[in-house]
Design a protein around this ligand. Structure first.
Ligand code: NAD
Length: 681
């Protein structure tokens, strides 16, 4: 049976797509739509047309499995032109999510009716593309420049009600009777002439609107090519006849399609999905039920971790040693929720609901009925092992026991329990209620169903999870180490914190290595002996320059946390230069890239060699979602593919004497350089 079925009823041709799961606009759907429009044009009995979908949604977008294949006609741009040119009025009946090509089909119809729960949107920008089937030309003609800019450059969906307000849809249907309401609507408009064709409308732009929009969104769009290209296409819609605007859109679409940014963004899109596949674990394995979670430690991480579960409606019992720490921790959770509520989401009711699911306690025994317990106490093996011994004694059989450790061995932690199969690492990133990344650390003995359950839980709390093996720092922090080490060395050789950070920010990172240390606290991992000064960080800590929290770290901060270069830090750096007996030199920006970013790639390659990461794309996911690597550069391994492994290896070899004897060039990276191979397919 064809995925598109046709039915005639009282002069209405009802065109129905049934292409599960999301009515993607694959070839069969496109062919069916084209034939339907041809029939409607030919058949005198047909006065009007309804296009609708069966199943959970209207056309949710392109068929992503076709992305990597050569295009086969009829293509979507031809379909939407045929729909609009149809001599009979065409009504789109929208439910679910009309996204991308789906939204473009809807706006090529002459009328649109949608149920209140429907959403519409043009998310192409998130893949570094633009809506290339007339979206940039029809949308502004339909909803005006401002609303079109918002939708197309940010890729955010609009609700049916909002769509009604801006003129994206004409009518709201009843939630339960879309098919009937659409037919009624189609009959009402059957004889209206001229048929309203969006391409025939004109759209005016207020003077300065594009410049103002660019300025208002400069931060959000920094580094990305697609938003600017979309702005220019929409600008063309205000200036050029429809066909010429369409030509601009087509040309720009092709440019973006072949751009490295879009390739990178599409890579990350697929990489996220791939990351959920756990090597050696059967797909349909039975999962453990996680209904109640325990969190040990109500500090920075424990609080944030708890919020993830509370927001997902899962009750949390949070344990501290002392009443004061417990009270402080719970207070921070509430404060964080209220700060978000003040901005509109969650609602105050939802805040109370979430807080109502939280049980604070000083008795670790209270987690004995929890299905998952996450330890987030101090980063110290003895302290952690002590906690796990207690958990082993009290946790119910089958409970999953997780550590949020940043660096320590999950195997050593698991070894103090009588159930190492139930133990794994769940490494959240700070702030844990905000950062998307979760490293699921697979111990030597971690059971398959424990891993699979952790992966399923990560989806419930809306994280992007990646499997990591046991090593010092797992995937992300281990790769960060050489970067931080080299960044500090560069200061002694002649660079400044401002220069190093600027190079990273120019590359597209949200902040540079020193800004990051100041944000996290220069004292993270500090040995806490002010008399022992082995490096610049020790010197800062010894003077109480602990970062933003003390308004002094690698930078000085005002009370609004705005940084400025620090004279004192310059002096400290100077003493290290004198001690090391180096003549300072001008460090080029290119060297900063080679010294701080290339070692990240090298460490990633070592991690692959050792099997710490399952695949190169997982490493890319870690860096995009955990460390702010610009998504348009696709993560460090994809970036290496773009730059060429050879260039990276040559760059690394140039600085071998500076990296020192501990540095080892990855054989895998070298092999890629020699063979011209890639990490990502
Ligand atoms: P923190 O000092 O803010 O919090 C630790 C909390 O644990 C304290 O409130 C302490 O009172 C409590 N605690 C200590 N022993 C306890 C026990 N036996 N029972 C109950 N509570 C106990 O530390 P943090 O930054 O939240 O770090 C916690 C863990 O998370 C560490 O292993 C750290 O490496 C890891 N981590 C931290 C970050 C980060 O950026 N802060 C990021 C990822 C992972």
């Amino acid at each position: 049976m064809s995925v598109i079925s046709l039915r005639k009823q009282d002069g209405v041709l009802i065109v129905t797509s049934d292409n599960p799961p999301v009515n993607a606009l694959g070839l069969a759907v496109r062919q069916g739509l084209m034939e339907a429009i041809e029939q409607a044009s030919r058949d005198d009995e047909i006065k009007t047309v309804v296009i609708r979908c069966e199943g959970q949604t209207f056309f949710a977008g392109a068929d992503i499995s076709e992305f990597t294949k050569p295009p086969v006609e009829p293509l979507l741009p031809a379909i939407v032109e045929a729909i609009e040119a149809c001599p009979k009025p065409v009504v789109a009946a929208v439910h679910g999510t009309a996204l991308g090509g789906g939204c473009e089909v809807a706006i090529s119809c002459h009328y649109r009716i949608a149920v209140p729960s429907a959403v519409l949107g043009l998310p192409e920008v998130k893949l570094g593309l633009l809506p290339g089937a007339s979206g940039t030309q029809r949308l502004p003609r339909l909803v005006g420049v401002e609303a079109a800019l918002e939708m197309a450059t940010k890729g955010e969906n609009v609700s049916a009600r909002r769509a009604r307000e801006i003129g994206l849809i004409d009518r709201l249907a009843n939630e339960d009777s879309l098919a009937e309401d659409a037919i009624t609507f189609a009959k009402e408009v059957a004889n209206i002439r001229p048929i309203p064709r969006t391409s025939e409308k004109k759209v005016a732009a207020e003077p300065g609107i594009f410049q103002a929009f660019r300025k208002a969104n400069a931060r959000k769009f920094r580094g990305f090519e697609a938003p600017e290209e979309i702005i220019q296409c929409i600008e063309a819609a205000t200036r050029l006849p429809f066909d010429e605007g369409l030509a601009v859109e087509r040309q720009t679409f092709m440019k973006l399609l072949f751009s490295s940014q879009s390739a990178a963004q599409r890579h990350i899109f697929f990489a996220q999905r791939k990351a959920a596949r756990i090597e050696g674990v059967a797909e349909g394995i039975a999962l453990r039920d996680i209904r109640k979670v325990g969190v040990i430690g109500a500090g920075t991480m424990g609080g944030g971790i708890s919020m993830n579960f509370l927001s997902a409606g899962i009750p949390v019992t949070i344990v501290e040693q002392q009443a004061e720490a417990l009270e402080r921790g719970v207070g921070v959770i509430r404060k964080n929720y209220e700060a978000s509520a003040a901005k509109g989401r969650p609602t105050p009711d939802q805040v109370e609901q979430a807080m109502g699911l939280l049980t604070p306690t000083l008795a670790i025994e209270d987690v004995s009925d929890c299905d998952l317990v996450i330890e987030a106490v101090f980063e110290n093996m003895d302290v952690k092992q002590d906690v796990f011994r207690k958990l082993d004694a009290i946790a119910k059989p089958g409970a999953i026991l997780a550590s949020n450790t940043s660096y320590l061995s999950i195997d050593e932690i698991a070894a103090v329990t009588g159930r190492p199969g139930d133990v794994l690492g769940l490494h959240f990133f700070s702030p844990a209620n905000v950062m998307k990344l979760l490293e699921i650390v697979r111990g030597d003995k971690t059971a398959d169903d424990v891993l699979a359950t952790a992966m399923a839980v990560s989806k419930k709390i809306k994280k992007v999870a990646v499997i990591a093996g046991v090593c010092h720092g797992f995937i992300g922090n281990r790769m960060l180490m050489p970067r931080q080490l080299e960044a500090e060395k560069l200061l002694i050789e002649g660079a400044t914190p401002e220069q190093v950070d600027r190079v990273h920010v120019d590359f597209g990172m949200p902040m540079g290595p020193f800004q990051m240390v100041d944000l996290a606290g220069t004292d993270i991992g500090w040995h806490r002996d002010p008399g022992r000064i082995d490096n610049i960080r020790d010197a800062l800590c010894a003077e109480g320059r602990l970062g933003q929290k003390k308004q002094a770290g690698f930078y000085d901060y005002d009370d609004k946390r705005n940084p400025s270069p620090s004279q004192r830090v310059a002096e400290i750096i100077e003493t290290f230069r004198a001690k090391a007996n180096v003549t300072t030199r001008t460090v080029s920006d290119a060297e900063i890239i080679e010294r701080t970013l290339y070692p990240i790639v090298n460490e990633g390659a070592l991690i692959l060699e050792e099997g710490i990461a399952q695949r190169a794309s997982d490493i890319d996911v870690v860096w995009v979602f955990g460390y702010g690597w610009p998504v348009y550069r696709g993560g460090p391994m994809f970036w290496c593919d773009l730059e060429g492994a050879k260039k990276i290896v040559v760059g690394l070899e140039k600085h071998m004497d500076k990296f020192g004897p501990h540095f080892s060039l990855s054989a895998l990276l070298k092999e890629k350089a020699d063979s011209g191979g890639r990490f990502n397919g």
